[in-house]
Write a protein that binds this ligand. Structure first.
Ligand SMILES: Cc1cn([C@H]2C[C@H](O)[C@@H](COP(=O)(O)OP(=O)(O)O[C@H]3O[C@@H](C)C(=O)[C@@H](O)[C@H]3O)O2)c(=O)[nH]c1=O
Length: 183
């Protein structure tokens, strides 16, 4: 398993080994042992999967408030996404900044987005399936978001605002300037 830190080093790209043969391949997509050996201590409690039919589907930017805040380990089993993590840790030297990375079935990479980041992605291929592990249970009351294309965040999304496919909720998320002091 390879681990590479992004420009905000708490966000990491992980690439599990893949063993290919004439049948296809085998891969341990998550191993607590391998994570712990790399110094990554996470207690994942829930697995999620989403399918996005259209290219240019944007989900995000999302996070849950304490005590239901979640670390997320995100991978793609079909298609590709541009994944984005925004640092919302007040007092962090990179507060308000973000990192992004293409995560895809082809690359077989994963992105680790820790607590204190708002997370979102845009699909780059049709019928993209994203699977991710989280370290806390879903809580609708603690579910929060930020407006995906808030100019204050300056995220270079691969889709125009008038073409992006969004949930009703995500179309009207609050601006970064309205963000509370949660992390
Ligand atoms: C996230 C989530 C949603 N749901 C339900 C609530 C709702 O009825 C339906 C769809 O929820 P959403 O519209 O929030 O789904 P979605 O927009 O895909 O939300 C996800 O976006 C990405 C970017 C993340 O980072 C995830 O943590 C999650 O917030 O599924 C659960 O039951 N459990 C969950 O863990």
């Amino acid at each position: 398993m390879d681990v590479v830190s992004l420009d905000i080093p708490d966000v990491k790209i992980i690439r599990p080994k893949r063993f290919g043969d004439h049948r296809g391949f085998f891969s341990e997509t998550y191993s607590r042992k391998a994570f712990e050996a790399a110094g990554l201590l996470y207690d994942f409690v829930q697995d999620n999967q989403s399918l996005s039919a259209e290219v240019g589907t944007v989900r995000g930017l999302h996070f849950q408030l304490p005590p239901f805040a979640q670390d997320k380990l995100v991978r793609v089993v079909k298609g590709a996404i541009l994944d984005v993590a925004v640092d919302i840790r007040k007092g962090s030297p990179t507060y308000g900044r973000h990192v992004s990375a293409v995560v895809s079935a082809e690359e077989w990479n994963q992105i680790l987005v820790p607590i204190g980041f708002a997370h979102g992605f845009c699909t780059l291929e049709p019928n993209t399936e994203v699977i991710y592990k989280v370290t806390n249970f879903y809580s609708a009351e603690h579910d929060r978001g930020l407006l995906w294309n808030d100019p204050d965040l300056g995220i270079d999304w691969p889709v125009a605002a008038d073409k992006a496919l969004l949930s009703d909720k995500d179309r009207k998320q609050p601006r970064f300037a309205e963000l509370g002091d949660w992390f």
